[in-house]
Design a protein around this ligand. Sequence first.
Ligand code: FES
Ligand code: FES
Length: 158
Amino acid sequence: MTGPAGVLRVNAASIDLATVPADERLLDTVRWRLGLKGTKEGCRTGDCGACSVLVDDRTVLSCLTLTHELEGARVTTIEGAPMDPELERARAAFQRAGALQCGYCTPGFVVALAGLLKERGTAATPEELLDGLQGNLCRCTGYAAIARAVAGLSEAPP
Ligand code: FES
Ligand code: FES
């Protein structure tokens, strides 16, 4: 726990956990309680990566996480990109590469890529980063454009 007891921070907001049911998933807290619809609901079983968010700078599947487990933590969703350098860098790379079709999977990919950048730093190769995105699925099969986005990360300022 890094923040105050009884509270969860999401981007710039704070939630009083006393107002959240004990069995509520972080995905539902983010999407329905806070209205942050950038985080997507796909499988709800941990198999698609669409619901990825950052918790204290590590990628977490929000569909498998109880909100109450995160007391004192800091959650960053795709909406927090302007306040997070790695998230903004990943977002910009996807935008430059035009790496989306329907876009449903895109926030999850961007968040997961940002988590890898935080974990591995600028030394990670595009191949290593792509390998780290294996848990994210794109039902439009836009993987070639996603690979271009990852390869183009170096075009953005670190
Ligand atoms: S909705 Fe969480 S992994 Fe698919
Ligand atoms: S762009 Fe449609 S699911 Fe990936």
